[in-house]
Design a protein around this ligand. Structure first.
Ligand code: SF4
Length: 255
């Protein structure tokens, strides 16, 4: 029996479409980058590098310059690799959005010193599944007079209150709790609207999170054992990076 490496994005990709999961995580066919993804990646790397500087040097001008530098490096790399096009108007639009996000960040309470940044962590869900995640940030916090920690996840996409995935938030907290940190809360920070969504945590929520992750990972485990990854058509197909090789779209399979 193999020990499967699982992540939250693997679960959501499989739930959208098992064949897409196979293309992305088993065949490892490359995914496409978009200006939106470039923006998210650049904001994350700028914020990570910002805290490498000593507190007295952490000015808004530095943060914006880091963003501009990271943006150029990533954009040029993607262009050199081919398959990435972005016209000037799109670049200006996304660049402006990024700078507004950083202004919001600079005025927020998150200018305090993080305990950890951009950490890859993993923990055992059970004997068969190892769960992996990347934690944007860990901060100290107080809860009922006791010192503990909070997990923070930066969000650079639009905020739609109806579609906030709290299990994702609980998963990052569970992962850090498993590393031995006493986690009292978990926060999604949406940079563009400058809004924080915070959830308090306890042992019961961690146990429920573990059980939910096992439940949602098991169909993937089964599909891998049986090598059965059927395509699943949905409204998201037009945005799928593998649409040109999908048998549902090429007419090899009819549903
Ligand atoms: S186009 Fe749709 S059905 Fe085909 S692989 Fe992509 S998500 Fe799945």
């Amino acid at each position: 029996m193999f020990k499967m490496k699982m992540s939250f994005s693997k679960i959501t990709t499989f739930e959208q479409c098992p064949l897409k999961f196979k293309f992305q995580y088993i065949n490892r066919f490359p995914t496409k980058t978009s200006p939106v993804l470039l923006l998210g990646q650049t904001i994350h790397s700028s914020l990570e590098k910002f805290f490498d500087f000593s507190p007295e040097k952490r000015e808004l001008k530095l943060l914006k310059n880091l963003f501009r530098r990271e943006w150029k490096i990533e954009r040029n790399k993607l262009r050199d690799e081919g398959d990435f096009e972005m016209d000037k108007a799109t670049e200006i639009e996304h660049g402006k959005r990024g700078l507004i996000m950083l202004e919001n960040f600079y005025a927020s309470q998150l200018m305090s010193e993080p305990v950890q940044r951009e950490q890859f962590v993993e923990a055992s869900l059970n004997d068969e599944i190892q769960f992996l995640g990347r934690i944007d940030r860990l901060d100290k916090c107080m809860h009922d007079g006791k010192e503990g920690f909070k997990v923070i996840d930066y969000k650079t996409g639009k905020l739609n209150d109806r579609f906030v995935d709290f299990i994702q938030l609980f998963t990052y907290a569970w992962l850090m709790n498993e590393q031995g940190f006493k986690i009292y809360s978990s926060v999604f920070y949406y940079l563009e609207p400058n809004k924080m969504i915070e959830k308090s945590l306890n042992d019961e929520i961690f146990e429920q999170t573990r059980n939910t992750l096992i439940e949602r990972s098991l169909p993937i485990y089964k599909a891998m054992e049986e090598d059965d990854f059927s395509p699943q058509k949905s409204a998201l197909c037009p945005y799928c990076d593998y649409i040109s090789m999908c048998p549902l779209q090429t007419g090899e399979i009819h549903i």
